[in-house]
Design a protein around this ligand. Sequence first.
Ligand SMILES: [Zn+2]
Length: 487
Amino acid sequence: MPADSSARMTTKTTRLAAAAIAAATLCLSPALSAQDNSATADSLAGVAEDALENDPIAWDFVEGITTEVGPRQAGTEAEARGRAWAMEWLRERGFENVADEPFELDTWVPGDVWKARVTTPFAQELIVQPLGNSAATPVGGMEAELVYFPTVDDLRAAPEGSLEGKIAFISHEMRPAQDGSHYGFAGPARWVGAGIAASKGAIATVIKAVGTDHHRNPHTGGTSFPEGIDPIPAAAMSVPDAENLERMFERAGDKPIRLSLELNPRRIGIQKSGNVVGEIVGRNPGLPPVLLACHIDSWWNAPGAFDDGAGCAIVAAAALNAARIGQPLRTIRVLFAGAEETGLWGSKAYSAAHIDEPIAVGLESDFGADRIWRFESNFRGTNADLHSKLAKAVARFGVADSTIVATGGADLNIARDQDAAIIDLQQDGTRYFDLHHTPDDTLDKIDIAQLRQNVAVWTSVVGILANESRAIRTGTPIPSAPAVMDE
Ligand SMILES: [Zn+2]
């Protein structure tokens, strides 16, 4: 779905607009007093309504990073350029304490030879891309009989050793869903299929891409191999190619289907990545901050507009918008995590580095740019007042309250490790898996009206949290909070 034409402002125009907002955030208004609370709520609602209609910031970020940087594979020079770009963007807009917190990871790159061909009985090419952690085939490729498993459970049921010298083909029936729940159903074909096949003797694995579109775009993504099992070549084929292969099995009868496969991914050893952080510093920096997370890396095959340029755009815009009503009580920190896609390396590194610095609450945006439809927290039972205040603030944007307990996304390891408050703002994922990890994850797929709805909802939530003087999880007073903010 194309963004509307108003989205097609020049980069220069959006930069100027964003710079004006950044300048406004630097002219921070005086500390808020208790009697200002209802005025604060009104101002925040006004800022959120304004974001719904006009927010230029999120689009500027996601348009900028997809245009000026492009794909950002974890551990590569491209990801480093993405971090540098993001730090400059944050500094230009008034974030403080902007930093690149480095960490190292064992790095896999995809290579550039990805060929699959049914050689008999119905010779034709199939479109494939390698899965993260795939081994390479011999140069020139390998050829073997294919064994078809309609589901990963069928593969699990195959006898030990039964795949000796063969290539496994694992399928599934993934369907679009607003909550994206079929990812959990179909995902194991990618996450663990190749490892199970390898443990039963397979020399390679091909899967139906874990996706819901019918374009000839394979969806890549990480796979894993159990301890003691050597990685084998593993590739995803586009959904239409996989369906074609299923029809071949129906028509082939007893005749074996043979596949020739050539892939040249490789490991390039320990490389550097980093987490980009930046802050809107609060009036009381001693209070635990509000942490807003996303990830800066993408797979090599797409500029990562939905996954996750949009997420970083949304959280950064919300932080700036929340500060438009005055310097927040708590610090708002953004975490643009590195190397999420290849194993949550950044999330783990951030938690390890900051585990002794309590955060107040963690939120993550990593599910595209379509509208938010449900609000969840993990403190509905322990801080009902705050939960209900937040739910009311987002209801005007069509967001439903929920009794589901928020658990946070991949980049919120620290929130889980600290047992902190967590909020999940669930986005409409109906078309997310049409694009996820494919070359089609490009800027034109972002609908700016829905992107702005995200920013409006996030602005409302972040603005309330950042001015909350009591402990978010429990609602109890914090001794170091200014007395004026206690009710
Ligand atoms: Zn993501």
